[in-house]
Design a protein around this ligand. Structure first.
Ligand SMILES: Cc1cc2nc3c(=O)[nH]c(=O)nc-3n(C[C@H](O)[C@H](O)[C@H](O)COP(=O)(O)OP(=O)(O)OC[C@H]3O[C@@H](n4cnc5c(N)ncnc54)[C@H](O)[C@@H]3O)c2cc1C
Length: 483
């Protein structure tokens, strides 16, 4: 009898452990809490982190498989708006905390932003400041409507066959997601080229695939292209991983251990951006990954089965295109000597990183004025705003009033009718009222416009649609937030 009890007990305990293990690792669960892998159809438990058959994280397909919405639900009149944090996106950087006018309404708890619903008034400063689009202002529904390219579960455009999109441009932020999507999209490209008699053939001068952008998604895609034996090239408008290299200096990255094709594991957890860039550089040296930098893709045109990728005077021909361009667009540059220095930024998100520094902001629009005002609020930061026009022409009234007040209070020095001539390590050379002036300087923020990525996509035929995304709010523990 004792033996029977022990055996039954052992079987029951084992069954519980097996069930827990399957839930964790992606094995089949019961029908009620299971779903098919969006890529290969294998049955997975709903919270599976990866598919044991095709090795894809099912979460990578949440957005591409989400329903397209034609009509956005309007908030009830008078409904109170408040902030919701997307646990799957928040990197816990804390950018949202100091910009909130309601003390204590948003705080970092267990490395993730948390909103106190009683204190939050839905101002939206946190959502605007978040560098990873991880905060939504809503009247209650835990659903976010996002504008994204219309893609198949293979990350291929549904309106331009042969053209693929991965990484943040597809709508999901974070380095980890970009790395995963770059690989998955390239696997899809390799699959779509199967049976193509010219695959890998260099004699006709046509590439199998051109990857646009060398951020985490582009690097991962390029490595997978190598692994698949494809004839590939990565084109980059700036230098390697330009978005990351333009983070504030010494910025701490909130990332998780990553596995990239060909190279293997990357340990970048809570590293600085400098150490992540050094790791990418090592990966490139060790693998011989081909990246052509300072080559901006201006248009992509399909002629029969071949794409023409135009970059200034040069045109590359390719069977497939993978856009890994991120969402920050192509900022207009000043075109002056020294602009390549790492103290020159085209966007600024973490104002407090510039505390106590001597900053120059260039531009005459709302974004330049807002950057100058944000910097002027940092303790000990001195701010000069340079604009070549003799007066601001296209600035919101509210911003105009604020900048006038900041100038009157001596918080911002305004140089209208001035032009940057050269940027050096410790100074900027400015021409103002016919004379050259040397301005002591630690950082330059250039906000003079540029091309946003979605108009570029629409110009080349990629349909942009609205999708509804369920928001996964932070739980008490950080673990599991980044599926
Ligand atoms: C300040 C800040 C802090 C962040 N902190 C974190 C963090 O801690 N952890 C985290 O996981 N994520 C963080 N993120 C988000 C993360 O950086 C992005 O999600 C990630 O870099 C997206 O990778 P991507 O490859 O899709 O695009 P990107 O990294 O943006 O790369 C796109 C590349 O394409 C190039 N490109 C664009 N247009 C063209 C063109 N026309 N021709 C040629 N090249 C082009 C760009 O120069 C760029 O190099 C942060 C973002 C910012 C801005």
């Amino acid at each position: 009898m004792n033996g029977l009890v022990t055996t039954v007990g052992f079987v029951a305990v084992t069954a519980v452990f097996v069930a827990l293990h399957l839930r964790k690792t992606g094995g089949s669960g019961g029908a009620a809490d299971s779903r098919p892998c969006p890529r290969c159809g294998t049955t997975l438990s709903v919270d599976a982190q990866w598919c044991p058959k095709c090795k894809a994280p099912p979460q990578a397909f949440d957005l591409v498989s989400a329903k397209i919405v034609t009509e956005e639900k309007k908030a009830e009149p008078g409904a109170a708006m408040h902030a919701l944090v997307r646990a799957d996106v928040c990197v816990g950087c804390g950018t949202c905390v100091p910009v909130c006018p309601e003390p204590g309404a948003i705080q970092i708890v267990n490395k993730v932003a948390r909103v106190d619903a009683d204190l939050c008034k839905g101002h939206g400063h946190c959502a605007a400041a978040c560098p990873v689009n991880g905060i939504v202002i809503t009247s209650g529904a835990a659903v976010q409507v996002v504008e994204v390219p219309d893609l198949s579960p293979r990350f291929e455009s549904n309106s331009v066959p042969g053209l693929f999109v991965a990484g943040e441009l597809g709508g999901r932020g974070l380095i980890k997601n970009a790395v995963n999507e770059g690989r998955l999209a390239m696997e899809g490209i390799a699959e779509s080229l199967q049976g193509d008699p010219f695959k890998g053939d260099v004699s006709d001068g046509v590439h199998d695939v051109i990857v646009v952008g060398s951020g985490p998604s582009g690097i991962s895609a390029g490595l997978e292209a190598m692994h698949q034996g494809l004839r590939y090239l990565i084109l980059e408008q700036g230098t390697l991983a330009d978005t990351i290299s333009k983070y504030p200096r010494k910025k701490l990255l909130f990332a998780e251990p990553l596995r990239v094709p060909v190279y293997g594991d990357l340990w970048v957890t809570d590293a600085t951006k400098e150490s992540l860039l050094a790791v990418w550089q090592t990966v490139i040296e060790k693998t011989g990954l081909r990246i052509q930098s300072h080559t901006r893709v201006e248009s992509v045109v399909k002629e029969g089965p071949i794409f023409m990728v135009r970059c200034g005077e040069r045109t590359f021909r390719t069977r497939r295109v993978l856009l890994c361009m991120g969402r920050r667009g192509t900022p207009r540059r000043l075109g002056v000597p020294g602009e390549e220095l790492d103290k020159v930024l085209y966007d600024i998100v973490e104002m407090e990183a510039f505390e106590g520094q001597r900053m120059l902001v260039v531009g005459g629009g709302d974004s330049a004025v807002e950057s100058a005002l944000g910097l002027a609020n940092q303790p000990g930061t001195t701010v000069t705003l340079s604009y070549r026009g003799s007066e601001f022409g296209r600035v919101k009234e509210r911003n105009r009033e604020k900048i006038d007040a900041a100038v009157d209070a001596g918080k911002v020095e305004l140089l209208l009718g001035s032009q940057v001539k050269e940027i050096r390590r410790d100074v900027v050379v400015l021409e103002h009222e016919g004379t050259l002036r040397l301005l002591p300087n630690d950082g330059v923020v250039v906000r003079i416009g540029g091309e946003a990525p979605y108009p570029f996509l629409e110009r080349i035929g990629v349909r942009i649609v609205k999708k509804e995304l369920a928001i996964e709010e932070p739980s008490d523990s950080r673990s599991g937030a980044h599926a």
